[in-house]
Design a protein around this ligand. Structure first.
Ligand SMILES: *[C@@H]1O[C@H](CO)[C@@H](O)[C@H](O)[C@H]1NC(C)=O
Ligand SMILES: *[C@@H]1O[C@H](CO)[C@@H](O)[C@H](O)[C@H]1NC(C)=O
Ligand SMILES: *[C@@H]1O[C@H](CO)[C@@H](O)[C@H](O)[C@H]1NC(C)=O
Ligand SMILES: *[C@@H]1O[C@H](CO)[C@@H](O)[C@H](O)[C@H]1NC(C)=O
Ligand SMILES: *[C@@H]1O[C@H](CO)[C@@H](O)[C@H](O)[C@H]1NC(C)=O
Ligand SMILES: *[C@@H]1O[C@H](CO)[C@@H](O)[C@H](O)[C@H]1NC(C)=O
Ligand SMILES: *[C@@H]1O[C@H](CO)[C@@H](O)[C@H](O)[C@H]1NC(C)=O
Length: 634
């Protein structure tokens, strides 16, 4: 896979050692060190200046799952009573006691109060200081690791975080203060785009033939999807509704491609465009035009827009042309409370703004610039192992907060089955480093799909020579539906019965060497939709594309249409749907997918089966039934 994000900072990392014993999340304890093991290269030079960012412990995170359930579980008396952003921010903000405990520790250690800066959200305290000072005052030692030529990480350990402070600290991140730092390319395997097909087809394989309902096994069009999933809702209140698609610069769409697509499949939309929201200097660049640059944006927007017309689609174009952006960047933009100055984001994963590089977005980062859209789809993912546990957790809690505010967050589950991006698998024992596909190798789950507070969408197909009226299978053409079990996140309550049922009734032929088979970890995907033979207009031609990028847009469109119907009847949006879709009472709203599997790592992967499975989740929606059920809820 091509590298999506070029990272330009010689930065990074966080302190684990001293903090590892206090974290009160199961997964923290298990993985309190950087998940990517790197050989120590050298001690950090003493003349370097660094900034230490101390992430303060938020309140009430332990109860976040229950809090989210209280507004998302249909049996809860508070169902649908979503919280305001202000209430969410206040409920979770670090307490004053936390702020003052950490401040007084730092001042006692010898820092001048002027050196400390508290972020607006009270989430972080930052100290700009020098290497000798942190060594002296905090007994912190920092090493520089060179991961690949030009890619450096700083990691530090402190033996001096006192017990009474540890409970107030979530994570510590150290960044190099980079003046005239050389441009460094970020390593290959962090955040990679979910490809819209796993085996790239030549640019512009042209669709020959006339797509119609009669040949949906060969050409998947909006018309086929409407038939497959009984999508038949005419938006009544499009202007009161919202649906956003996230793209990361330099990924872009071409207006001419949208028009070509609309001319075939949605004639009323010609010349329509998404509403652009530029996050951290995000631009729809037109300089480079190819399937690599436009394949994702074209696909996402063509299907999102066609299926919910005339409801407007918002494009959250994230990151400037120099650094790009990461998941935290779009989250900052929709929730100001997630945003912090200088260091809320992980420079190893996200763009850090202002970006003073030539051509960079030299402005404060986009922080709370729009209200959270009611449905957000993201066709990008990263291998879970490339995120530190602290980073993944913090981001995952943010998704829970957005769910609490009534937003449905949908991520594609990945296109490589049980393997990670590019087909990479993990080394058996360490679970840390990827090895090439072959026999063996630990399965490589995808993040944020493994976050229990998002909805992960897998891919299905109409079987070759079958009709649109027959049952689908898991997608096995070019792409294989991402699915499996997290190495970080514990199992959320809502999927316990379904996942345990699968493991018991259809025990996969693998051991704990391949995946965490304890029945105690988050499993994905949650549901699925078609991702095979998708007809897209791309770089001037109609072509085919494959994968969960398409699927996630289909589910996003369906949830948006259901929101419209609810809004038109004076009800709220559906928000976080997972607690609902796993309930037996809702199973009739899904076509259970029972055939196909998601190969990878030299194995056939998991197999779809009756009930939930780690290939297609609970199945594909019947919108008519789902709408009816959701309209009955308050
Ligand atoms: C570190 O900061 C000090 C004080 O601001 C400054 O004099 C020095 O030049 C900085 N060193 C580097 C390498 O940037
Ligand atoms: C990065 O990608 C290039 C080209 O695909 C490859 O040659 C190189 O080995 C990769 N580096 C790492 C660290 O994976
Ligand atoms: C376009 O491609 C060229 C050559 O690969 C590259 O140098 C340039 O940065 C790209 N521009 C954008 C906007 O991505
Ligand atoms: C589908 O039908 C074509 C033409 O009859 C045939 O050649 C092909 O083998 C069939 N494919 C499958 C998977 O049955
Ligand atoms: C699997 O997950 C459980 C629950 O989080 C954990 O206790 C166990 O150690 C994990 N197993 C492995 C092999 O990581
Ligand atoms: C794709 O479109 C371009 C311009 O619209 C055209 O020149 C090219 O021949 C097309 N590709 C194929 C494979 O037909
Ligand atoms: C969806 O459910 C409705 C109502 O039960 C049914 O009439 C329709 O045939 C179903 N759609 C599909 C594609 O199965």
């Amino acid at each position: 896979m091509r590298l999506l994000f070029l990272r330009v900072l010689a930065i990074v990392s966080w302190v684990a050692g001293a903090l590892s014993h206090r974290a009160n999340h199961v997964a923290h304890r298990r993985h309190a060190v950087e998940s990517v093991t790197l050989a120590r290269a050298r001690r950090l030079e003493a003349h370097r200046n660094i900034t230490i960012h101390i992430g303060l412990k938020q309140q009430h995170l332990d109860g976040i799952e229950e809090t989210l359930m209280s507004v998302s579980h249909p049996d809860s008396p508070m169902y649908g009573q979503h919280w305001s952003p202000a209430k969410v921010a206040k409920h979770f903000a670090p307490s004053d006691a936390t702020v003052s405990a950490v401040e007084s520790w730092l001042i006692k250690a010898g820092f001048h109060p002027d050196q400390l800066r508290l972020s607006r959200s009270k989430g972080w305290i930052s100290i700009r200081t020098s290497v000798p000072d942190i060594g002296f005052l905090l007994k912190m030692e920092c090493d520089v690791h060179t991961h690949s030529p030009g890619h450096e990480r700083i990691s530090c350990e402190s033996s001096l975080v006192p017990e009474e402070v540890r409970e107030h600290v979530d994570l510590i991140r150290v960044t190099h203060v980079h003046k005239d730092a050389p441009l460094l390319k970020y390593s290959n395997h962090t955040q990679s785009k979910t490809p819209s097909f796993s085996k790239p087809l030549p640019d512009g394989i042209v669709v020959h033939g006339v797509p119609s309902l009669a040949n949906c096994d060969k050409f998947t069009t909006p018309q086929c999807l409407r038939q497959l999933y009984s999508i038949d809702i005419k938006p009544e209140v499009p202007q009161r509704n919202s649906f956003a698609v996230v793209e990361f610069t330099p990924q872009a769409y071409l207006g001419s491609d949208l028009d070509l697509f609309f001319s075939h499949f949605s004639t009323s939309q010609e010349k329509k465009r998404p509403v652009l929201v530029s996050i951290d200097g995000g631009v729809v660049q037109q300089q480079n035009q190819s399937s690599t640059y436009d394949g994702e944006g074209d696909l996402d927007l063509e299907y999102a827009m066609a299926l919910i017309d005339p409801t407007p689609v918002t494009l959250l174009q994230t990151g400037d042309l120099v650094q790009g952006g990461g998941f935290d960047n779009w989250l900052d933009a929709v929730d100001g409370s997630f945003c912090t100055f200088e260091g809320g984001d992980d420079p190893n994963q996200d763009g850090v703004y202002p970006d003073t590089q030539p051509g960079g977005f030299d402005h404060p980062e986009s922080c709370g610039i729009i209200a959270p859209p009611k449905v957000v789809t993201v066709s990008y993912d990263q291998d879970e192992f490339t995120a530190t546990v602290a980073y993944a957790m913090r981001q995952c809690y943010e998704y829970a907060k957005l769910g609490l505010m009534g937003t449905t967050i949908l991520y594609s589950s990945g296109d490589y089955g049980v393997a990670g991006n590019g087909g990479a698998c993990l080394q058996d024992k360490s679970r840390c480093r990827p090895i090439n596909v072959g026999k063996g190798g630990r399965f490589n789950p995808s993040f944020p799909a493994t976050c229990p507070y998002i909805t992960a969408v897998g891919a299905t197909q109409i079987n070759p020579n079958s009709t649109v009226y027959e049952p689908e299978s898991a997608c096995e053409q070019f792409a294989h539906s991402g699915g499996g079990f997290s190495n970080i996140f514990p199992m959320p309550f809502y999927q316990e019965a379904a996942v345990k049922g699968y493991l018991k009734n259809h025990p996969p032929p693998y051991t704990a060497e391949q995946y965490n088979n304890s029945g105690m970890v988050r499993a994905y995907p949650d549901l699925s939709a078609n991702g095979a033979n998708i007809v897209v207009a791309r770089n001037g031609n109609l072509s085919f594309t494959y994968g969960t990028s398409a699927s996630v847009q289909v589910i996003g469109a369906i949830m948006t249409l259901i929101n419209d119907a609810r809004l038109a009847r004076g009800k709220g949006t559906v928000g976080f749907i997972n607690p609902l879709i796993y309930l037996p009472a809702y199973s009739s709203a899904f076509h259970d997918i029972t055939t196909g599997s998601n190969q990878g790592c030299g194995t056939p992967g998991f197999t779809a089966a009756k009930g939930w499975d780690p290939v297609t989740g609970v199945g594909t929606p019947n919108t008519t039934v789902l709408l009816d059920m959701l309209l009955r809820l308050p």
